[in-house]
Design a protein around this ligand. Sequence first.
Ligand code: IPD
Length: 287
Amino acid sequence: MISPALPELPDGVTVTALRDLAVRLATAAGALVREGRPDRVVVAATKSSEVDPVTVMDRASEELLREMIAAERPDDAIMGEEGDDVPGTSGLTWVLDPIDGTVNYLYGVASWAVSVAVVAGPPEPATWTVLAGCVHSVADGRTWSAGLGEGATRDGTPVHVGSATSLGASLLGTGFGYDAERRAQQGRVLAQVLPRIRDIRRLGSAAIDLCLLADGSIDVYYERGLNPWDMAAGAVVATEAGAVVTGLRGGPAGNAMTVAGPADLVAQLAEILEAADADGAGLAEIP
Ligand code: IPD
């Protein structure tokens, strides 16, 4: 695994300390959301479409994360799924998904997580360097974390991507957006991919998908339409576990496409996705 170069950090700051804080933040918010989950979760609002929900606990989780960051790292910026960006002066930004897998949380399906990452540089996946991240799968307590150059762990034990070398034998994770037209396009792309792999899993949390890739529970992953907070922490866990995390046509991972896995599988999958125009490079962008 070759980690990106470590950018200059503010005085007295280490990757290890940032990683420890990411773990503390994610587990504290996880405890809040687990304990506060009512028997019947209701939708507080919808966002990009009528099937893109926000619950009261998404908001409460993000509020707690923001309060803890303001108390411990007041000069850092914050970018979170459920609130306005907060500017900072340190050059570091915390990227927060207070509940990744909100539809699972709503329905009581046990695959949702609090995802916390800290990045250097402009808070945009194409240009940032993720310094540390934690994905805490709240329902079963599994906690993945990574620090740049430190490797990745699940519950403290080092993890590594799986050993599949052929795409045909690979279990593939993916996900779908909330926009109906986008989903129709994703279905057409999946029809090209499905005959060429072992099977797919659609587990409903991109952050967990990237961590399952990191510990070899799935072999390869792709998704179009990820937001920065869906992928920041999972991407550093995956890369520190030996994965390549990239876009198509030589571009970086991001909203247009994120492909992750061992380098040889990513190359094979990218070829199929490019031929299927999975990133819509030739099509008008759907928000
Ligand atoms: C969603 C999940 C899902 C992915 C969607 C994301 P949310 O995040 O990560 O797995 O397929 O693209 O938007 O809305 O639950 O935070």
